[in-house]
Design a protein around this ligand. Structure first.
Ligand SMILES: *Cc1c(COP(=O)(O)O)cnc(C)c1O
Length: 376
């Protein structure tokens, strides 16, 4: 029987290297709370991102997102909305709700699959006083081609925009700059499922040093430098062990992304003559996975069946979209959203194919022929 091709296949530091790090940590007897390795890791991340950006590390991406919203809009009393797409990961509305805001789901653009800035503008015009801000995810870690428009919206309506670039460390905007420097701040997740994975971890990134200082206070119980708790905080610190993995993962990240790009381009070339949509600017991403939109829901069923028969793990992110999940249906009913027709159409047709750091050519060809068989 053919071996199964997993959807995600993290590549981690070798046990030998990892053992060296553990030895160093035990010798220093320092495990968390701004340890020497966390300090080095955050400074290396800063060097990697360049653009004079500042970095605060976190225990995971969700806590970084909580900190980002707290910094951009403060705590709400559940009377105001944060705009966000329904086509994203569930941590996005959850982070809004934990900060005391209501999610307002906005439809996506059919070719970029990112929150539609035109629709958002209309909603803001008609209800500016009810909206506290925007959480703009870079869908699948792909830099939003309309990022400049969001900047204009933010300026015009004086609305903070927090950018969730969870899966996008190493991805680039259409202008060639790495994700990290836009909006009030951007956050990343270092969960093992993302192209840059360390187990559990995350970061908040901004050009504004004050925002990053605030983020460090937030992830350390709101303590200021004299250990007085001055703002609402929590424990969101990154441990030394995870920081050590992070330092190892950062070396070679660029070359791993190049390998992922080769896989993505092989898919793109094989599907070029078919009527399959790829997300705009996906080519400049770190390739969390490779998403295609097939012509119909029937095609999707057939392709997924064919992939399963060929023992290929595929997914259909982000299906079901968030407004369909029971919790949001119950507490945030249909009035808290615009029409979500594009979201629902894309969800019925999307297929997410595996991309690994070092993917076997034979595996790629097996995946491609299963997709083409399903389409025929
Ligand atoms: C993965 C992800 C998160 C959550 O990050 P964690 O590190 O798992 O907490 C948040 N938002 C988006 C869009 C994600 O893909």
């Amino acid at each position: 029987m053919k071996s199964e091709i997993p959807f995600i296949k993290p590549s981690f530091p070798s046990p030998t290297d990892f053992a060296k790090d553990v030895e160093q940590i035990v010798k220093a007897n320092w495990y968390t709370n701004s340890g020497p390795i966390e300090r080095m890791f955050s400074s290396e991340l800063r060097d990697y991102l360049g653009q004079d950006l500042q970095v605060a590390t976190f225990a995971n991406g969700t806590l970084a997102l909580l900190a980002a919203i707290h910094s951009a809009v403060g705590s709400g009393d559940r009377s105001k909305f944060l705009m966000m797409p329904s086509f994203t990961f569930v941590a996005v509305p959850q982070a809004a709700i934990w900060n005391g805001y209501l999610p307002y789901f906005v439809d996506i653009d059919p070719s970029t699959w990112q929150m539609d800035s035109g629709t958002a503008r209309e909603i803001i015009r008609s209800a500016r006083d009810q909206i506290a801000g925007v959480i703009l995810p870079n869908a699948f870690g792909v830099g939003n081609p309309a990022i400049a428009e969001w900047n204009e919206i933010s300026d015009e309506f004086e609305l903070p925009v927090v950018i969730d670039s969870a899966a996008g460390l190493g991805s680039r905007y259409a202008d060639g700059l790495l994700l990290g420097g836009r909006g009030h701040c951007e956050i990343f997740s270092f969960h093992s499922t993302k192209p840059f994975g360390i187990g559990e971890g995350g970061a908040l990134v901004s050009a504004n040093a004050e925002v990053v200082d605030q983020a460090y206070e937030f992830q350390n119980f709101g303590f200021d430098k004299s250990r007085m708790s001055r703002t609402l905080g929590l424990n969101g610190k990154l441990s030394e062990i995870h920081a050590a993995i992070g330092r190892r993962q950062l070396t070679g990240l660029a070359s791993r992304i190049e390998h992922r790009k080769v896989t993505f381009q092989r898919y793109a070339a094989a599907f070029r003559t078919y009527d399959l949509g790829f997300q705009t600017n996906a080519v400049n991403s770190s390739h969390f996975c490779a998403n295609i939109a097939v012509p119909s829901a029937e095609h999707k069923t057939r392709v997924l069946q064919m992939l399963a028969t060929e023992r290929v793990q595929a997914r259909d992110y982000y299906n079901p979209p968030l407004h369909i999940h029971p919790y949001f249906r119950k507490h945030y009913p249909s009035m808290n959203r615009s029409d979500l027709g594009v979201t629902e159409s894309l969800c019925s047709r999307i297929i997410s194919l595996p991309v690994h750091d070092h993917m076997d050519t034979v595996d790629i060809e097996r995946i491609i022929s299963a997709v083409l068989d399903g389409l025929s």
